[in-house]
Design a protein. Structure first.
Length: 251
């Protein structure tokens, strides 16, 4: 039977603690970490496309612990935002208030997992060479890959917490929907579980249209960067700060 997670109680208490920590002096730390790449074979995308191999790069901090029944008790999955990577959480403004001794996610106590999603960091992405021929992927494909990494790649059977920011926030909501028994709590940060609509969707479409309408784009098989389209896209981003900060929703 699906367990009822005390999501909101956990979220409220942790947000209150984060707020207090944000006003405290940050500690610059570089916790010992391990880097790895998990390769998934014959990965099926929701579009119906398949790739023989999909790589998911990840960083881990700390060590996993298990109870007497073999259940993982201290694993924490932290998911990055659009265009980011797991390494974004190693900067002092994040790791310095979370991962140090006595802090909320002290890596002496917790096993922290920081994956690079499909399309980001050192994971499989269109710019590896396939460009526009890379399968059409969405949030659901990313979450499936994250789950495969945790369960098959890292051999973990439970998570203490799934936390994400921005796009990773949306992924954390989707973890709760798709795998409700796989974690004790969720902490979505900086998004709402709603469809992308209105100005947010219009802003995204303007950026995509600016790039695709540039003759240098060549349907994604560009030989040089479509400079004019990218310049226009950047101008749109800089002129739309409100849309930029409300960019998270479910497609």
């Amino acid at each position: 039977m699906r367990q009822t997670m005390s999501l909101f109680i956990v979220a409220v208490s942790m947000v209150a603690t984060f707020t207090a920590l944000a006003s405290a002096q940050q500690v610059s730390i570089t916790p010992p970490r391990q880097e790895g790449t998990y390769v998934m074979h014959d990965f099926h995308f929701r579009s119906g496309e398949t790739l023989p191999q999909v790589r998911i790069h990840y960083t881990t901090l700390g060590s996993p612990q298990r109870d007497r029944n073999g259940r993982t008790t201290n694993a924490v999955l932290i998911l990055h935002g659009t265009t980011g990577s797991g390494h974004q959480f190693l900067v002092p403004s994040f790791s310095g208030v979370l991962f140090g001794p006595g802090q909320l996610l002290d890596v002496q106590r917790y096993y922290v997992i920081l994956p690079d999603d499909i399309g980001s960091g050192n994971s499989s992405k269109p710019s590896d060479g396939m460009r526009a021929h890379f399968p059409q992927y969405d949030y659901a494909d990313m979450v499936t890959a994250e789950h495969d990494l945790v369960v098959d790649g890292l051999q973990l059977n439970h998570l203490r917490l799934v936390m994400g920011t921005s796009m990773g926030c949306m992924h954390s909501w989707m973890w709760g929907e798709a795998y409700p028994d796989d974690m004790d709590a969720l902490m979505p940060l900086a998004c709402l579980p709603v469809q992308i609509a209105g100005r947010n969707r219009l802003w995204r479409k303007m950026i995509m249209d600016a790039i695709r309408s540039d003759p240098g784009w060549k349907d994604g098989n560009y030989q040089t960067e479509p400079a004019e389209g990218l310049r226009t896209a950047i101008d749109i981003m800089l002129l739309a700060p409100a849309a930029r900060h409300s960019r998270c929703g479910r497609i």
